[in-house]
Write a protein that binds this ligand. Structure first.
Ligand SMILES: NC(=O)C1=CN([C@@H]2O[C@H](COP(=O)(O)OP(=O)(O)OC[C@H]3O[C@@H](n4cnc5c(N)ncnc54)[C@H](OP(=O)(O)O)[C@@H]3O)[C@@H](O)[C@H]2O)C=CC1
Ligand SMILES: O=C(O)[C@@H]1CCC=N1
Length: 277
């Protein structure tokens, strides 16, 4: 691994793509006091640019000379959009460190199109917006220790960072924490719907469901008990939880859930394969 002298902070960060994930990361950065003027977002969508500009960010419909000043380029377009975006950006960003949040797309394919090996890849998630995200990180060997530290410092305001040893592990991270917030929202939706069926108001259902998720998550992180033991402690013999969990088991919900996550991991691999072809 190279150890050459490198910047330890990124004075100007350019986001290529200003959609959901970019907005979540930017929101986390702004919340922690990063100056909006130190963030430049390239996005062809007028509505997206207007939304970002109202936060004080610099925006461009297509990359121009201003991009040359960016020391970090964050790739936040959909994997299928990367090839076109790279074609218009690569020559303007030869000095920058590149940081991709795109699912599946492999750094060796990015390196080929960008003409640089200085690429780190991440899998963040949308709770970054409220500083409670978790980001899986991987960097090519050409990324220096100082740059890795700078990336970690960038991620920290948005939540936790977790380095993985091999790039392919990011596909599993994608299936777990990248897509994971959607699974949680799906459960919350189901709980709120059931609450309404049982006669509670939507607001009561929402408050109860959210507090239950937050409380259970806090308990699981603070307790020495495993999630399985914590579950058993809720499940009184012959009681209500037993009735509910038996229904879930009989319907194969756990097996389906594991299968669903494997489908997400497989899809991440396919996105990489489709691009590498
Ligand atoms: N959403 C999430 O929870 C997560 C997403 N990711 C990754 O983040 C990336 C972005 O996802 P997400 O934010 O959800 O997607 P979005 O579609 O919300 O954002 C992508 C943005 O990029 C714009 N865009 C398209 N082409 C270009 C271009 N050539 N140059 C600049 N901008 C362009 C799109 O415009 P238009 O809409 O007009 O096409 C859109 O505004 C994906 O690669 C995804 O895998 C990773 C972790 C979690
Ligand atoms: O659904 C997707 O493909 C992206 C990656 C992880 C979350 N959203």
């Amino acid at each position: 691994m190279s150890t050459s002298s490198t910047p330890t902070s990124f004075e100007l960060i350019a986001f290529i793509g200003g959609g959901n994930m970019a907005s979540a990361i930017i929101g986390g950065l702004l919340r922690q006091g990063r100056s909006p003027g130190s963030i430049l977002v390239v996005d062809p969508g007028e509505a997206a640019r207007e939304r970002l500009a109202t936060q004080g960010l610099r925006t461009q419909a297509a990359p121009d000379e201003a991009l040359r000043a960016a020391s970090l380029v964050v790739w936040a377009v959909k994997p299928q959009q990367f090839k076109d975006a790279a074609a218009s950006t690569a020559a303007l960003a030869t000095q920058a460190l590149h940081y991709s949040v795109m699912a599946g797309l492999r750094t060796e394919d990015m390196a080929r199109l960008l003409g640089t090996q200085r690429i780190a890849r991440a899998m963040p998630n949308t709770p970054a917006l409220v500083g409670q995200g978790i980001t899986g990180l991987f960097a090519r060997a050409q990324v220096t220790d100082a740059e890795r530290a700078a990336i970690e410092a960038l991620v920290r305001p948005t939540g936790q960072a977790l380095w993985v040893g091999q790039e392919s592990d990011l596909d599993a991270v994608t299936a777990l924490s990248g897509s994971g917030p959607a699974y949680v929202f799906y459960f919350i939706e189901a709980m709120v719907q059931a609450a309404a069926d049982m006669g509670l108001s939507p607001e009561q259902g929402r408050v109860l469901a959210l507090a239950t998720f937050a409380g259970a998550t806090s308990l699981a992180s603070q307790s020495e008990d495993s999630p399985a033991t914590l579950r058993e402690k809720v499940t009184s013999k012959g009681g209500t939880t037993y009735a509910a969990l038996t229904t879930l088991e009989n319907a194969g919900v756990k097996a389906s859930f594991i299968e669903a996550m494997r489908a997400a991991q497989k899809r991440a691999g396919e996105l990489g394969d489709e691009f590498g072809r």
